[in-house]
Design a protein around this ligand. Structure first.
Ligand code: ZN
Length: 426
């Protein structure tokens, strides 16, 4: 089989594989990428491109000296919901707190009511539109949670909607069951009753449609003991663990995620040295959601120096949701991770690609441009990955490629052809 995708002329090729180039991002000057069947065969200097047979119908991209990065991996979204909460957002801007809004019948409970009332087609169209926007901004792999249904039927329906949306998109969607997003209003006086329902009816119905189980372990949501029960029950159904941990306080979520060996612990606005050492020892990835902490306007970001010192691997996600961060752009998240979250541009790009892939159990398969990995990449309208944190609020994705296929981007001025250019070798 010959190669069916060839990109040449990348002024800066960001492989996110330190073995392939300079520094932690594995930077290659004047780089090329060759792929076959959706997988990278070669990524490195164009001058060292091996003599590969090029298929007649191969996709050819001439990058014209622009930078190329791996397709972004969004490690945390709540993609399936009905109703938006711009009014609550505005109230927060006027000084009403998030927990106050929750207590007043807003917050997650409100989205649960609207999601339950929505028709399948409307739920699906809204989620598909969000996924399309994510792709336009360079996301090629995306995690998405249920969690606004909170009945057996509605949680299953959210995951079914997600499966249909995923089937209609080139983006690889990683489904997570989040029936433990909140104890729903109707079970306020019977928390154990809801957890019984979740364990004995919801999980059997939903687990076949999910890869991960997650719980919102925090003040106003689930306790540590309740979260432990949910994750253990999920594990019995073959689901890997994730946890919304330590967003609103030092509420024990980070320690629980480490104890259970979760693949990721997400948010972590509060995390001390001991908790960070626990996460590092367990190999649990810290998923940072700087869009959310920025929009909550508490001035607090995850303590990255504590995480760095402990050697915790970091990932990024948009947390796309109707309450605390309505955003599908990993480009904006990279910028906020730097200007608000305290990451270096290199850490942010790595966290949005290879780090996020690890937070989804896909390390080495996506999130880097190296032999054997998926040929998922973004050709930037810029000469350096630094533009992602520097050039704010515009879409820098000129061309988005998933599995060696051009899927999005206006491609303005980018020669995309087929087969051999005139005068090229065999
Ligand atoms: Zn979340």
């Amino acid at each position: 089989m010959g190669i069916d995708f060839l990109l040449t002329g990348a002024g800066q090729l960001v492989t996110c594989d330190p073995g392939l180039g300079e520094g932690p991002l594995g930077l290659v000057e004047r780089g090329a990428v060759a792929a076959a069947g959706g997988r990278v065969l070669y990524a490195g200097p164009e001058a060292s491109l091996p003599d590969l047979e090029v298929d007649g119908g191969a996709v050819r991209v001439e990058a014209g000296g622009q930078a190329v990065v791996p397709g972004f991996v969004d490690a945390h979204t709540h993609l399936v919901f009905a109703g938006e909460r711009a009014d609550e957002f505005a109230a927060r801007l006027r000084g009403v707190g998030y927990e106050e809004a929750l207590a007043a019948g807003g917050g997650i409970n409100r989205t649960v009511r609207e999601t339950r009332a929505a028709a399948d087609a409307d739920l699906e169209a809204a989620a598909a539109a969000r996924l399309g926007r994510a792709l336009d901004y360079g996301t090629t792999t995306l995690e998405a949670k249920s969690g606004y249904g909170l009945t057996v039927e509605d949680e299953r329906r959210s995951l079914e909607v997600l499966a249909r949306v995923a089937a209609g998109s080139p983006v690889e969607v990683v489904p997570t069951f989040l029936g433990a997003h909140l104890i729903p209003e109707e079970y306020a006086g019977d928390r154990a009753g809801y957890l019984d329902l979740l364990e004995h009816e919801m999980l059997p119905a939903c687990a076949p449609l999910a890869e991960f189980v997650d719980a919102f372990c925090d003040r106003g949501a689930l306790t540590v003991e309740e979260s432990r029960r949910v994750l253990a029950a999920g594990a019995r159904h073959g689901l890997k663990g994730k946890l919304h941990a330590n967003e609103l306080g030092s509420t024990g979520g980070a320690a629980l995620a480490a104890e259970l060996g979760c693949v990721s612990a997400d948010h972590l606005l509060f995390c001390d040295q001991e908790e960070a050492r626990g996460l590092a020892a367990a190999g649990t990835v810290a998923v940072l959601l700087p869009g959310t902490s920025f929009l909550l306007r508490t001035g607090r970001a995850a303590p990255v120096q504590v995480l760095r010192d402990a050697g915790v691997r970091m990932a990024l996600g948009t947390d796309c949701n109707p309450g605390t961060c309505y955003c599908e752009s990993m480009q904006l998240v990279i910028a906020l991770a730097c200007v608000h979250g305290g990451l270096t541009p290199e850490e942010a790009v790595l966290a949005a690609t290879d780090g996020a892939a690890r937070a989804l159990g896909r390390g080495g398969r996506v999130g880097r441009l190296a032999p054997g990995a998926a040929c998922d990449l973004v050709l930037l309208a810029g000469r350096s990955y630094l533009d992602l944190s520097y050039h704010l609020g515009v879409n820098l994705a000129r061309l988005v490629v998933k599995g060696g296929v051009v899927c999005a981007g206006d491609g303005a001025g980018v020669p995309v052809g087929r087969g051999q250019p005139a005068g090229a070798g065999p």
